[in-house]
Design a protein around this ligand. Structure first.
Ligand code: FAD
Ligand code: N01
Length: 543
């Protein structure tokens, strides 16, 4: 027998469902709605005491979306998208959290969500074809399907800098921010990290604190967001045209409703090129990356964008030495997730802000009074860790997931994640991973990527029910082909050139260096998933 220890009856006291969903952010909410729609019994288990996921946890000063509000939202319900009105071009954390709470209420989802419940372990029993899910409080659930909606950026990464436990001030990670906020008035604040989060937080913290010291390991390219109130005229135009906006979003490379220019950067004369960059800089936001077709595939083309941004930094920041420290040279523009900002570089012109270059003077330890670099000690009242996440694999591997024959996901992924389509893992039947590694996920506008995954999973379960099948599993061969394709897609771009990128796991010491998301384009990926399904779920084995 496959599983000698198996008993047919579920463990005593276990609660039985067709499906268990882990997480109640954008993914878990929509997954629950669709499971209910097709008549499955399901329960969402969520560690937090509310819905929202990312937007529940990330309450740091300046937390805001950098996808624009009209497309960073669900598309599944026309009523929902018509009745909800966003107040700004880029929605702030509190507004997105309100939106997700509205969705939970409007579709009556709360009755199927169990909050304050963290899943610790999940194991698959081959003989009984069921998952047993255990929470940290010792509650047990069993289900035929286990669907992870745990997010790609939900495991806070607090670096193991020696001395942190001796620090006498207060410290916070941006992704686990206190709900009643942090009062920076009169405080000396140190911020470690200059990714999207740090770049949003620094200007706001600087405006409140006595002094802000930014500890920078890798300088970053950033484009002005140019946030502002939603123009009612624009809102009306979008709502009148939502079907087309969504169609474009679904089939684009990054899940954005705008086109990437067909023009190559070096095919236009320099003055014209600079004028196009200048215009994009004024418009602001992620569209900057779309000014030319080849910014992510041709190094010389990318250099023109990187040079343009460095020149902007030089022009904005008054102290030439500080400007130089803020300029990235170690990676091409947009090979790490490009941040967008509101007065980030301008912040370094303030009298109460200083910048520490950790490449030149690394942190040695945290002392009771602050941070000690190889150069000197910085006395601090508060340390803010804007140090990101154990991305993509972290939230999954923090759960002890065991597939057939007791194989641990941690062992199966010891050399990096292996999936088929980012949706399933060979050897882990009936486990679906929403926005799993190997899917476009973080390289695209995520609500739309999430809807596509949820809809695909629902179609697959419907297919099984129609055929009287109870178990689906990716084959080893299909998975190996997909892993190779994910790798090939990444290497067709400049993305793997950013040595410090979290896409590669480089921000977490000891993590395997594997390019995790699928870089072949969200629109192309959608077509691949549709074709797989149309061909009778090619690469999957059913029983
Ligand atoms: P999450 O929102 O991360 O939700 C996962 C949930 O699972 C969490 O609530 C967590 O508590 C729960 N969970 C995890 N593990 C367990 C467990 N073991 N047991 C129980 N519960 C568990 N994307 C964009 O497309 N555009 C943006 O502009 C953008 N901005 C972002 C800004 C920030 C600050 C961050 C951190 C991310 C941003 N993202 C953005 C990505 C964002 O994560 C996604 O857009 C989206 O919110 C993901 O939704 P999700 O439901 O898949 O995951
Ligand atoms: O995290 P990050 P984030 N010592 O990993 C530094 C989404 N997001 O929270 O680059 C010193 O990007 C690290 O340095 P390095 C978005 O997808 C979106 O900012 O590793 N420094 C880096 O500077 C984003 O990409 C939005 O050398 C250390 C920083 O900390 C993702 O979430 C807003 C260190 C971490 O940057 C993650 O962004 C926010 C150490 N030991 C987030 N360890 C918007 O859409 C790490 N660092 C607006």
């Amino acid at each position: 027998t496959e599983n000698a220890a198996t008993t047919e009856a579920p463990p005593v006291g276990a609660r039985v469902y067709d499906a268990i969903v882990i997480g109640a952010g954008f993914s878990g909410l929509y997954q629950m709605l669709r499971l209910r729609e097709i008549g499955l019994s399901a329960r969402v288990l969520e560690a937090a005491d509310g819905v929202g996921g990312t937007w529940y946890w990330n309450r740091y000063p300046g937390a805001r979306c950098d996808s624009e509000s009209y497309y960073y939202s669900y598309s599944f319900s026309d009523e929902l998208q018509q009745e909800w009105t966003w107040s700004e071009r880029y929605p702030g954390q509190a507004e997105i959290l309100r939106y997700l709470n509205h969705v939970a209420d409007r579709f009556d989802l709360r009755r199927d969500i169990q909050f304050d419940t963290r899943v610790a372990a999940a194991s698959y029993d081959g003989a009984a074809n069921r998952w047993t899910i255990t929470t940290t409080a010792g509650e047990v659930f069993v289900a035929t399907f286990l669907i992870t909606a745990v997010g790609c950026l939900s495991s806070a990464n607090v670096p193991a800098i020696p001395g942190l436990s001796d620090f006498t001030g207060a410290w916070y990670h941006t992704g686990e921010w206190p709900h009643d906020g942090v009062d920076f008035t009169g405080k000396r604040v140190g911020q470690i990290g200059t990714g999207s989060t740090g770049i949003q937080a620094a200007p706001v913290i600087a405006s409140q604190a006595a002094h802000l010291t930014v500890f920078q390991r890798t300088p970053n390219y950033s484009i002005p967001a140019r946030n502002g109130p939603m123009d009612p005229e624009f809102d009306r135009a979008i709502k009148a045209n939502y079907a087309e906006v969504r169609r474009k979003t679904r089939h684009s490379v990054n899940g954005h409703p705008f086109d990437i220019s067909p023009v190559r950067a070096l095919d236009v004369p320099e003055d014209e090129r600079l004028a196009l960059y200048e215009r994009a800089w004024e418009v602001g936001g992620l569209q900057f990356r779309a000014v030319f077709h080849d910014l992510l595939t041709n190094r010389a083309a990318n250099d023109t964008a990187s040079d343009f941004i460095r020149a902007k930094i030089r022009a904005i920041v008054r102290d030439p030495a500080v400007a130089e420290t803020l300029m990235p040279y170690d990676h091409p523009f947009a090979t790490k997730r490009p941040p967008i900002d509101t007065e980030y570089f301008e912040t370094f012109n303030r009298d109460n802000v200083s910048l520490v270059d950790l490449r030149r003077t690394p942190i040695e330890r945290i002392t009771p009074a602050g941070i000690l670099t190889t150069e000197r000690e910085y006395k601090l009242d508060i340390i803010v860790f804007a140090t990101g996440f154990d991305a993509m694999t972290g939230p999954l591997l923090r759960i002890d997931i065991r597939g057939e024959h007791g194989t641990a996901l941690r062992d199966a992924w010891a050399d990096g994640p292996q999936t088929y389509l980012g949706l399933q893992v060979a050897g882990f039947p009936n486990l679906f991973t929403i926005t799993g590694p190997g899917s476009p996920s973080v390289l695209s506008n995520m609500p739309i990527a999430i809807e596509q995954h949820v809809d695909w999973i629902i179609d697959c379960i419907q297919h099984m029910r129609a055929k009287g099948l109870a178990r689906v599993e990716a084959t080893e061969e299909a998975q190996a082909r997909w892993v190779a394709h994910v790798n090939e897609a990444a290497h067709a771009t400049l993305l793997p050139q950013a040595a410090s990128s979290w896409y590669l796991g480089a921000n977490v010491p000891g993590k395997p260096r594997v390019f995790m998301p699928y870089a072949g384009g969200a629109g192309r990926y959608r077509k691949i998933c549709e074709t797989v399904a149309a061909n009778g779920y090619e690469g999957f084995r059913f029983r």
